[in-house]
Design a binder for this molecule. Structure first.
Ligand code: PLP
Length: 382
């Protein structure tokens, strides 16, 4: 991998996750963090973590199902359910653990799982672990999903259960899944809907409640899965839905049952993140203001920002070598933005993926746009 130059270049952050930080010994503007709202450094989250260490210690001591469920875990799950307007919720150690642990339990032999072709790797691994038959529908394409559903219905023995899986916001292009149409089709064909809203949690919907709220689909989506590792600024995965779903998930998800539970500081910070979202709407407003401004300015410089509808803003440049060169030139000018290359995206769609952040000032954005303009001209991209 090293010889073929396809190994990942790991840069090291020597400050908190914030827009102006030291990376590999250099002060840079960070345009590739998932800490969309800056909550990782919010004083309420920091204090909640400190208080939890003082009150409950550094670790939980066990897996959730034995002695590792603290009152904090229970309080967080209550808060998630209230935030998501669902009956119940379950907190996992990570979003990856939620997908890998729950998907293989929801469907098995005699069932079919239908997945968007661009779904995240954690969904793909969850699907690989299940014994159900697998089908793919074209990216964000309800007509193609309908074709697959019709074909399944027309069989002499249709599947016992059908599970439709989709990302809420797609992490490479920043586009939003057509969840309304997907849910309508699922209802017409008696299928379940599972949405992975890792990049929509804290970003879409009223107060950042996510894609289900954004489309007014509360009560109609079976599994609303999310993460605390992005806009919520901490770490951990979640599922929200009915009480029956949560009881099923906690009895069946091996990642939840057989792996140590999150430490008190993490859980307390997650609770504080939800409280901040409920009470401080300014973070979300600034995130979207920055997103609109940055995207518009990049486009007026002549960059191709693809089909993004969210703070994930790709700058599509073509070949992998060009994306890597652009990232290097940006870093030289003090802007940290990573290239995304084949096989993560198509060979001719390599890009710099920028993520907007509520904490970036207008001055920061002007500096970043200046660096993009200079490097883009140097590489004849614009
Ligand atoms: C769409 C999507 N799903 C799931 C995950 C995994 O979430 P976590 O970081 O909580 O494991 C990610 C994070 O990379 C993601 O982008």
């Amino acid at each position: 991998m090293v010889a073929a130059s396809i190994d990942w270049k790991i840069r090291v952050l020597q400050d908190p996750s914030q827009p102006r930080a030291t990376v590999d010994g250099k002060k840079v503007l960070v345009l590739c963090s998932n800490n969309y709202l800056g909550l990782s450094n919010h004083p309420r989250l920091r204090q909640a973590a400190i208080d939890a260490v003082n009150a409950r210690g550094a670790g939980s001591g066990s897996v959730r199902a034995i002695a590792g469920t603290m009152d904090l875990h229970a309080a967080l799950e209550k808060k998630i359910a209230s935030f998501k307007h669902t009956e119940a919720a379950l907190y996992y150690q990570t979003g990856f653990a939620a997908n890998a642990g729950l998907i293989p339990q929801l469907v098995g032999e005699g069932d079919t799982v239908i997945s968007d072709e661009l779904n995240h790797g954690s969904i793909i691994d969850g699907v690989r672990l299940c014994k159900a038959e697998r089908a793919i529908f074209k990216h964000a394409n309800p007509s193609d999903l309908e074709r697959v559903l019709n074909e399944l219905d027309a069989r002499p023995t249709p599947p016992r259960r059908i599970l439709i899986l989709t990302d809420g916001v797609f992490s490479m292009d920043g586009d939003i899944a057509p969840l309304k149409e997907i849910t309508g089709l699922a209802e017409a064909h008696g299928a379940m809907v599972y949405v992975d809203d890792a990049h929509g949690d804290g970003v879409l919907g009223e107060k950042g409640r996510g894609i289900v709220n954004h489309f007014g689909l509360e009560g109609r989506v079976h599994v609303d899965m999310g993460t605390f590792s992005k806009a919520f600024g901490v770490v951990g995965g979640s599922i929200a839905g009915s009480r029956d779903l949560v009881n099923f998930a906690l009895n069946k998800s091996r990642t939840w049952l057989l792996s140590g539970s999150a430490p008190p500081a993490t859980v307390a910070a997650c609770i504080a993140a939800l409280e901040v979202l409920e009470t401080e709407p300014e973070h979300l407003a600034r995130l979207w203001e920055n997103t609109r401004y940055f995207k518009k300015e990049l486009q007026s410089l002549g960059f191709d920002t693809g089909i993004s509808q969210t703070p994930i803003t790709p700058v599509i440049v073509g070949e992998s070598s060009k994306a890597k060169a652009l990232s290097e030139l940006l870093f030289e000018q003090g802007v940290f933005a990573l290239p995304i290359v084949f096989p993560m995206v198509a060979k001719d769609k390599a890009r710099i993926r920028t993520m907007m952040n509520a904490e970036l000032s207008r001055e920061d954005l002007t500096v970043a746009l200046g660096a993009f303009e200079k490097a883009g001209k140097q590489l004849a991209i614009i």
